[in-house]
Design a protein around this ligand. Structure first.
Ligand SMILES: CCCCC/C=C/C(=O)SCCNC(=O)CCNC(=O)[C@H](O)C(C)(C)COP(=O)(O)OP(=O)(O)OC[C@H]1O[C@@H](n2cnc3c(N)ncnc32)[C@H](O)[C@@H]1OP(=O)(O)O
Length: 280
């Protein structure tokens, strides 16, 4: 039976039983055991508010501590949107204490995801700019739905802000230095075929196969002994994570200083206004 780990909150994590409409492919019941699904659910656009970030960390912690789970599929419950990234309203017109709390939560989620002992597969079923892209980049494998609207990338410069060094590191570690440099400076959001070409995602599949593909990939990763895979993951990722761990407070101070600037507040407000006016 599906088991709710987080009840009725913004993020649902449940032991996985795919709906009957989805083909199981080669997966046996045993293959599916121990796989949880975290569905981001913060309508309308799955923005990463302080509350969502906190719930996400709690869900992950529970799964890490529950030894029946070995893998997690991270996906979205909002049609067409994986995540709109960090909640811009958390970074506008708030107190210094709020900015500090928010940024610590962003750091915490990144560290938890990036160093997770679990196998993390992103089933990207919607657009994923900035923080949304970052979440997928922390996963071990990314499956993106083949829909021309589902752009993915770190578009911070287009908002007039700068992706922090550890966002940059995560991208560099995924796509290489040159591609990351170009993508970051131009704030590129890649459509699926391009995202695949530059290595931002590992697979692009028809929309109705995203979940079943994520499950098949998960089976492959779970076939590797946990201890060997986990140590290898740590070998690859810990040096990057350690750079933030060693200077978390300084990174928060830098964020406070940066986000509090009049010019940055103005850029963020203008961007939010543009989003709001789009409808009118
Ligand atoms: C200071 C240093 C920070 C460095 C790191 C920053 C990281 C980040 O993640 S910044 C966030 C970057 N995100 C984006 O650029 C995405 C912005 N959103 C969009 O492009 C679109 O909303 C969409 C493509 C994700 C969805 O489009 P659509 O379905 O047409 O929905 P709307 O644009 O009408 O949005 C509905 C509603 O949601 C509000 N909203 C959208 N994104 C955000 C967000 N990231 N944070 C907060 N609120 C967001 C949007 O303003 C609309 O609000 P209402 O008009 O009040 O309904």
């Amino acid at each position: 039976m599906a088991q709710d780990l987080v009840d009725g909150l913004l993020i649902k994590a449940r032991s996985h039983l795919p709906p009957p409409s989805e083909p199981l492919g080669k997966l046996s019941k045993r293959d599916r055991k121990g796989v949880a699904v975290i569905k981001l659910k913060n309508p309308p656009v799955n923005s990463l508010s302080l509350e969502v970030l906190t719930e996400f960390v709690i869900s992950l912690e529970k799964l890490e501590n529950d030894k029946t789970f070995r893998g997690v599929i991270v996906t979205s419950d909002c049609p067409g949107i994986f995540s709109a990234g960090l909640d811009l309203t958390e970074m506008c017109g708030k107190s210094q204490a709020h900015y500090a709390e928010f940024w610590r939560a962003v750091q915490e989620l990144w560290l938890r995801l990036y160093l997770s002992n679990l196998v993390l597969i992103a089933a990207i079923n919607g657009v994923s700019p900035a923080g949304g892209c970052l979440i997928s980049l922390t996963c071990d494998y990314r499956v993106l739905a083949d829909n021309p609207k589902y752009n993915i990338g770190l578009n911070e410069t287009l908002l007039g802000v700068v992706a922090p060094s550890w966002f940059k590191d995560t991208l560099v570690n995924t796509v290489g230095h040159r591609t990351a440099e170009r993508a970051l400076q131009l704030g590129l959001l890649f459509p699926p075929a391009e995202a695949l070409r530059v290595g931002m995602v590992d697979q692009v599949v028809p929309e109705d196969q995203v979940h079943s593909t994520a499950l098949s990939v998960m089976a492959q990763w779970l076939a590797v002994p946990d201890h060997a895979r986990q140590l290898t993951k740590s070998l690859m990722r810990k040096p990057t994570a350690d750079r933030l761990v060693k200077q978390r407070d300084a990174d928060i101070q830098y964020f406070l200083q940066f986000v509090s600037r009049d010019s940055i507040q103005k850029s963020l407000r203008m961007y939010l206004d543009k989003l709001r006016q789009k409808k009118g």
